[in-house]
Design a protein around this ligand. Structure first.
Ligand code: TGC
Ligand code: FAD
Length: 392
């Protein structure tokens, strides 16, 4: 892969909206991605393997639980810092950002919000340091967009809960020591259970043959009469709202992360357009290529503003689910369109692993689907503005 020459676009001087702490956190993450992710990520994506050696680095830049209080091992940062970290990581690769999103927002967040003190002390510091990896099991083979129909269930057996059935498409599951699993009790009420690797009847086989998010490890969670200790239930919230609130936090991170992927594609295409000569001049001098590049920087700038404002609302505790949905939907679509256009600017080289664009483009096909599909987010906005439910 070519050396990482990335220069971040900031067309509207948005750095002026950031505090000194935001800039420090952002620059540390940017530096780390350049040093430890860019040189290796293409090879790992080609091999469809998660680079486990980056886990320590992710922990060191505060990517595991950026907003979790320091007493539990988190970085104690605000939501804009969290967003900036996700942006920088996804600038390197969406699969690496997935690993961090899942660990922070889908594993640490529910333990922090809905766990008891013993659970927080037992799991959060280990997850923050990367000593343990976690995953989040909501999706099932027959229940993706509609998780309320889930069939994974547990029965109260007096001394323990007996868990059965399965989850699929679970990021990090093959490498995780701990899984937050959403399952129904005998009354059909959804609860979160902490399931640990090594429990009898629990397995997490890897999903192969992905053309997308190849540097992220994806798998299943299979429960065959797994006995889960009763102290492993998350006691402080039940119902579908519990997992959905975790998704709010992860979708927020994706709204920022997608900007990173878009910035990388734009920056690569801009540089290439100034260097590549056809018909005796740089292709960046042709109007058709300038149209593409001008539209890209316009869309990136709009997405940056949307993410910053959402972060500001989130810091004030005012960001709504529907606002987060809009930003996830808009920014991921923006990034995928930019990746497609940027790939064309590179011509044949655009499909080569010498450059990051094709990898971003393929990754974004997962990002536009997970954490709520593009359609589902549109319907969340539709419901919010009309008050009419078009899901069912
Ligand atoms: P609905 O009737 O709307 O809601 C059920 C209950 O939940 C409450 N609620 C929320 N609570 C907290 N936060 C939110 N964001 C909430 N949204 C809803 C709601 O008030 C209600 O509470 P109550 O007390 O009345 O019971 O639920 P629904 O069944 O109609 O579904 C709505 C819909 C379709 C929007 C929801 O199911 C949905 O978002 N579906 C998409 C599923 C999804 O996003 N799955 C993601 C799986 S995880 C993943 O993809 C990880 S990818 C890895 C990575 O990030 O890198
Ligand atoms: P479906 O729900 O079957 O949707 C198929 C199509 O129908 C979509 O286009 C959808 O928009 C459309 N559709 C569905 N319902 C409606 C409706 N009411 N109106 C209009 N159109 C509709 N899940 C986890 O729990 N944990 C993870 O860590 C995780 N990681 C993932 C990693 C990857 C790489 C991928 C690809 C997925 C991951 N997922 C994870 C699952 C992901 O969240 C689901 O794939 C997603 O929610 C969509 O569910 P589905 O694939 O079953 O599609």
């Amino acid at each position: 892969m070519k050396p990482d020459l990335f220069e971040a676009p900031d067309y509207y001087n948005l750095d002026e909206l950031l505090t000194e702490e935001h800039l420090l956190v952002r620059d540390a993450a940017r530096e780390w991605v350049k040093r430890d992710v860019s040189p290796i990520i293409e090879e790992y994506a080609q091999r469809a393997e998660f680079p486990t050696q980056i886990v320590n680095g992710l922990a060191n830049i505060g990517a595991f639980g950026p907003y979790i209080p320091e007493e539990y091992g988190g970085a104690g940062l605000d939501y804009i810092s969290y967003g900036l970290i996700m942006q920088e990581i996804e600038r390197g690769d969406s699969g690496v950002r997935s690993t961090a999103s899942v660990q922070s927002s889908l594993v640490m967040f529910p333990i922090w919000k809905y766990g008891n003190e013993e659970q927080k002390m037992k799991y959060l510091p280990k997850l923050a340091s990367g000593e343990w990896m976690g995953c989040f099991g909501l999706t099932e083979p027959d229940h993706g967009s509609n998780p309320s129909g889930m069939v994974t269930n547990f029965k109260d057996k007096g001394d323990y809960y007996l868990v059965n059935v399965a989850k699929m498409w679970i990021s990090n599951s093959p490498i995780a020591q701990v899984a937050i699993v959403w399952a129904k009790n005998e009354e059909g009420r959804i609860h979160g259970l902490i399931v640990e690797k090594g429990m009898d009847g629990f397995s997490a086989p890897e999903t192969h043959n992905k053309w997308s998010l190849r540097a992220s490890s994806t798998g299943e969670l299979i429960f065959d009469n797994v006995k889960v200790p009763k102290e492993n239930i998350l006691p402080n919230r039940s119902g579908l709202g519990a997992p959905l609130s975790c998704l709010d936090s992860a979708r927020y991170g994706i709204a920022w992360g997608a900007i990173g992927a878009a910035m990388d594609c734009y920056d690569t295409a801009l540089r290439y357009s100034k260097e590549r000569i056809q018909f005796g001049k740089p292709i960046g001098g042709f109007q058709l290529q300038q149209k593409k590049l001008s539209e890209m920087i316009t869309e990136i700038t709009k997405a940056q503003l949307l993410a910053w404002r959402l972060g500001d609302l989130k810091n004030k505790g005012k960001a709504t689910t529907a606002q987060i949905s809009m930003a996830k939907r808009n920014n991921v679509e923006m990034a995928i369109k930019i990746a497609r256009e940027a790939r064309q600017i590179l011509g044949g080289m655009g499909i080569s692993g010498e450059y990051s664009i094709m990898r971003h483009m393929m990754n974004l096909e997962s990002v536009i689907t997970y954490e709520g599909t593009h359609d589902i987010h549109l319907l969340i906005t539709g419901l919010d503005i009309t008050g009419l439910n078009a899901f069912k």
